[in-house]
Design a protein around this ligand. Sequence first.
Ligand code: PLP
Length: 491
Amino acid sequence: KNYEEFRTHGKVLIDYICNYVKTIEKRPAFYENLKPGFLAPQLPSDMPENPESFTNVLLDFDQKILPGMVHGIHPDFFTFFGTGNAYPSVIGDMLSGAIATVGFSWASSPSVTELEYIMLDWYAKALNLPDFFLSINSNKNSKGGGALQASATDAMMSFMIAARDRAIKQQKNGRRDSHQPGLGGNEDAAYLPKLVCYASVNAHGCVEKVANLCMVKYRSVKVDADDKMKASALENAIREDLENGFIPFFVVGTSGTTEQGAFDELDKIGEVCSKFQGIWFHVDASYGGNFFMLPSKRYLSVGLNYADSINVNPNKLLLTAADCTCAWVKDVQGFVEAFDVEALYLKHQYEESIVDLRHWGTPLSRRFRSLKLFFMFRMYGLEGFQAFLNKVIDVGEHFATLVTSDSRFRVKNDAKNGIVCFRLNRNDHVNESLLKMINDTKKIHLLPTICKKKMCLRFVVNREYCSEAQVKRAWLLISHYATNLRDEIKR
Ligand code: PLP
């Protein structure tokens, strides 16, 4: 294709995107009454024989595909986590697509590796992560570093695989920190049924999923009255498993649980892990870790010094477009050994002096994903992000105040982090009916959640275009349906 065409079409597309964002409130946040299979009848059954015009393709996108989408940036989107589309990140992704490069090794495109490490250092410093996670700007003794992963689940997968590798080597050698490349095969598989990983009942489902994929046991640990993992329950579970001949090898603490926004007490969990030799402590801070940028929230990160690895996602709370999971590890060499496979065509003369990105997980090819961080970090600055995070906190607290000012309702979580879990002071069945009535309106959408063992409605405000006015509008709708619901129950 002629790139001069792109000059024209690209400008049209930028106008289209700007108009989409500008008029987002005019369209519903949710698709209307669609059933699986809605799209195929609207599109040709085969790829066109001859090229079509950009205008026709864009028109089809606008009229057939866009109506089947949920708009995660919409002011009335209070479900899952809102998505990020800040334009500096869109620009970074555009450039990455345009300057198509394969960044699997330093030699394959040196700037891809170097910018990624530099951006992860910038971010780690902004989050005030322990020095040992820095790769370039660290004290000389640091063996750590960070790189990007496609998702928090991918990060979990990479770290669990590395931890599994380490645990098996320890079992074979009877000592910690012995890294021998090239393990694998039937002999190692014999250890799998004994390996156990732990996370709280409120941890994200990806931990269990990854444990299944790694063919290790998954044990969920009880939470306390504030929905945080009970360190004493973790310790008891580990002791019990050890007594029964199992090998505890991986513990996940969560900073900002998906459902309640609860922050596990990392220092208490870390202390438990450190009592037992060889347990890998990972912190899943996908959403909540971003709050560590605020000095007022730093107390939530106490205990990170115990962590072997951590992931934080700018796409969950820093307005950045997915995919964008940042993952750091304390001992990069120990970590990457699990992924190191030699191939002649991948070799280069500097592989002893810098870790190639291909060793950070299962994929080989990598696009220039850190470009979006380069544009985001520079065009927002720490102050820009802090202002946004404070807004999320304020808007969430504003909504919680509206809820608590109505005696029919109760807020059930510590609603200071952009997630508000609330319920009517009635049984679960009534709350389920209220949720259904609200979601059936298609005006706003909330998820059900369990908080302090009760069914709640979960309301999330982590979006750029979400203001106090918008949550007030949503609250009026919720309270209106709560009133109608009462009438319906009376009838
Ligand atoms: N961990 C937490 C705490 C999450 O909230 C989520 C998703 O919301 C995940 C992990 C999974 O994230 P991803 O979609 O990036 O795999």
